[in-house]
Design a protein around this ligand. Structure first.
Ligand code: DUC
Ligand code: ZN
Ligand code: ZN
Length: 473
């Protein structure tokens, strides 16, 4: 009788701390042994020449989120989680987004209905708070935090979601008292509105003017203001999707002052630039996201922040809209001014390969730092560690057997999302997931997707230790 359900043999295991040769044994969906010469498994995977990594944790992706402009997101929990799994991500944390007038609890129920029975991989929810009523601040949010929804996103821009500074301070006060992680989308809304009006008035409406409507200063100012609000409320925050040097500088400055300011960036800020918004005709719309991709110098600043420790997590910010689709990027037609193009790009499947290839492959970050950014820290940031995000006895057997030498030219045909393009078409990467496990179940078997629909489980998140205020840390 084999001792293990599954043994992964002869691989190189990598955690956020160590890289070492070992076998890994799985029993009942959990890691049961890490060692050499493990006893037989009912099934065995030969990982010679391969890396054995904790499954990726994507702490920022948008699936099946209703919009206010008539567009429809391309990916729901079925296609989005399939795409995630094929890219080596085994835990996703999408958003339960409150629309104004809706109770937060109703928003959460809505997203449970969207995800239940559909997701291939385990998932938790962040909350998005767009209507912080007294009832929400005093009762509903604290109750949801107690129930395992321990992170929420605050928008400083977008008319249907943005909060004013006083509202942000009130929510940060709840985060401090109740132990939640506040995520902040830092862009100055009035600056964007003013710049947008000026651009449109002078006839500058093509997709690439999206970048001119949201220059770095727009993000820098809001990043500084978010940091100041976190300082006043004395609570850690996470600044999401940081795009370039001036925001990195603000965060670095705050960290140097001892403030607990965490930061996320995304592959689009490592490999895309504003030039990608200059496609033929409307094609640039494919790369419209906010903040926009910047330039090569800003990419270098992002890499410095990744290598130097300013950043804590790398997420996809997958928010996909089909391109040639009247419910997608062309919801207002293919000549729509940039400010009517839905914001967001796909990336849940390409997050790990791009970070690995551009980061580890090009010598910019170590293998352990890759694991930390892509899996361990997101699990810690959102109260899922050590169940998720590491290779340890007792942890869920969410594992990627990764071929570090496989050369892949990214094309949309290769991907498993429900989008008609990828912004990374033609990008050559070295390194790709070969076999992907979730709680010991094989989801991707030597490149083929074999998972059962709806097997993903909802995860209640603990209160993250990282969210504790400085005095309590
Ligand atoms: N920006 C966001 O803030 N969210 C989703 C997509 C985007 O571009
Ligand atoms: Zn955002
Ligand atoms: Zn987002």
């Amino acid at each position: 009788m084999p001792q293990f359900d599954l043994v992964i043999r002869h691989g190189t295991l990598a955690t956020a701390a160590d890289v070492f040769a070992a076998d890994l044994g799985i029993v009942d969906g959990k890691i049961a042994a890490i060692g050499s010469h493990l006893a037989a498994g009912r099934r065995e995977i030969d990982a010679s020449g391969r890396l054995v990594l904790p499954g990726g944790v994507d702490g920022h992706c948008h699936f099946d989120q209703p919009t206010s402009d008539g567009s429809v997101m391309a990916d729901d929990f079925y296609t989005g989680s399939r795409s995630a799994a094929c890219g080596g991500t085994t835990t996703i944390i999408p958003f339960a987004c409150q629309f104004r007038g809706q109770s937060l609890r109703a928003a959460v129920e809505d997203y449970h209905n969207r995800a239940r029975g559909r997701s291939f991989i385990d998932y938790a929810f962040h909350l998005i708070i767009s209507d912080p009523t007294e009832q929400l601040v005093g009762q509903d949010l604290p109750a949801l935090i107690r129930d395992g929804y321990t992170s929420f996103k605050i928008y400083m821009t977008y008319d249907d979601m943005k909060l004013n500074d006083r509202q942000v301070l009130d929510l940060l006060t709840v985060a401090r008292r109740d132990g939640a992680m506040a995520m902040i989308h830092a862009e100055n809304s009035d600056f964007i509105g003013w710049l947008t009006d000026r651009l449109l008035a002078s006839g500058h409406a093509e997709p690439h003017y999206h970048a001119a409507s949201r220059p770095m200063a727009v993000e820098r100012e809001a990043t500084h203001r978010a940091i100041t609000m976190a300082e006043l409320a004395d609570v850690p925050i996470l600044i999401v999707h940081v795009s370039g040097r001036e925001a990195v500088e603000q965060i670095h400055w705050a960290q140097g002052r001892g403030l607990k300011i965490f930061a996320e960036t995304c592959p689009q800020y490592m490999v895309l630039t504003e030039a990608d918004l200059h496609g033929h005709g409307f094609e640039g719309a494919k790369c419209i996201c906010s903040p926009p991709p910047r330039d090569k110098a800003n990419q270098a600043a992002i890499w410095d922040g990744l290598a130097g420790g300013v950043f804590h997590i790398v997420s996809s910010d997958h928010a996909a809209f089909r391109y040639a689709d009247p419910k997608g990027k062309m919801v207002r037609g293919e000549k729509a001014p940039f400010n009517w193009v839905p914001n967001g790009i796909p990336g849940v499947e390409t997050r790990l390969p791009i970070l690995f290839s551009e980061g580890v492959g090009k010598g910019r970050i170590s293998l352990s730092r890759f694991v930390e950014l892509a899996a361990t820290n997101p699990a810690k940031m959102y109260g899922l560690y050590p169940r998720k995000g590491t290779l340890a006895i007792g942890a869920d057997a969410d594992i990627v057997v990764f071929d570090p030498d496989r050369k892949v030219t990214i094309t949309n045909a290769l991907l498993h999302h429900n989008v008609d393009y990828t912004p990374y078409e033609g990008l050559e990467v070295t390194g790709w997931p070969q076999t992907v496990l979730s709680r010991g179940d094989i989801l991707v078997d030597a490149g083929s997707f074999v998972a059962a629909e709806g097997r993903g489980q909802f995860l209640h998140c603990d209160k993250p230790a990282l969210a504790r205020p400085r005095a309590a840390a």
